[in-house]
Design a protein around this ligand. Structure first.
Ligand SMILES: CC(C)(COP(=O)(O)OP(=O)(O)OC[C@H]1O[C@@H](n2cnc3c(N)ncnc32)[C@H](O)[C@@H]1OP(=O)(O)O)[C@@H](O)C(=O)NCCC(=O)NCCS
Length: 170
């Protein structure tokens, strides 16, 4: 099921057929530099199961991200329910295979996901949670119109919270 289409990308629901492609991306230590570890095939399968449960519970989640030019699955981007400092939040998240970095694709996805969250799902506020060392991700958040708001400890790790409010879009 296609959720979002941009000039260069399709964001669609993840299925069990995507586990292999995602496992290849999650096995790359460069991509996973800011996570505690890379993921095995079995761990990727568990990740996909959690994403499918998220679709059922919330009606949104992380989506398979397809590069139209070659029809490859190049990552997972989308919306993630989070609890930050005791508050329910929705995060714009993005992760791409490194062969596809540096072409503005994460920014293209993030802007479309933000617009979908505000316009289709009617959220008033969206965040991105980013470790301080992840400069590329912070640049994407800022190009998505987000502003640094505060630091928080999330999953035991210090993160910077970037946020945007619907009524503040100019
Ligand atoms: C973060 C990520 C999604 C960015 O994807 P991308 O498609 O390359 O992003 P974009 O091309 O849209 O923009 C990246 C920006 O960061 C900049 N950048 C990239 N690497 C950088 C680095 N090491 N230091 C500083 N800036 C960097 C780019 O120049 C670009 O900014 P610019 O437009 O001002 O030149 C990608 O690097 C990735 O998947 N990383 C691994 C997963 C991850 O960390 N996800 C985010 C978790 S919060």
């Amino acid at each position: 099921m296609i959720v979002i289409e941009t000039p260069r990308l399709i964001l669609r629901h993840i299925t069990n057929d995507d586990v292999n492609d995602l496992a290849t991306i999650f096995a790359d230590p460069v991509v996973m530099k800011f996570w505690p570890s890379t993921r095995t095939y079995q761990e990727t399968k568990q990740t996909c199961d959690r994403i499918l449960s998220c679709y059922e519970e919330y009606g949104f989640g992380l989506w398979a991200t397809i590069y139209k030019a070659d029809n490859n699955l190049i990552g997972r981007c989308g919306l993630i329910p989070q609890l930050v400092d005791g508050q329910k939040e929705v995060e714009v998240g993005y992760l791409l295979a490194k062969e596809y970095w540096g072409r503005g694709l994460a920014t293209e996805a993030a802007i479309a996901i933000k617009n979908y969250g505000f316009q289709q799902l009617n959220f008033n506020r969206l965040i991105s949670l980013i470790v301080p060392e992840n400069i590329a991700s912070q640049k994407v958040a800022m190009k998505n119109g987000m502003k640094y708001e505060k630091d928080t400890t999330h999953a035991g790790i210090q993160h910077r919270v970037y946020a945007i409010h619907k009524n503040k879009i100019v």
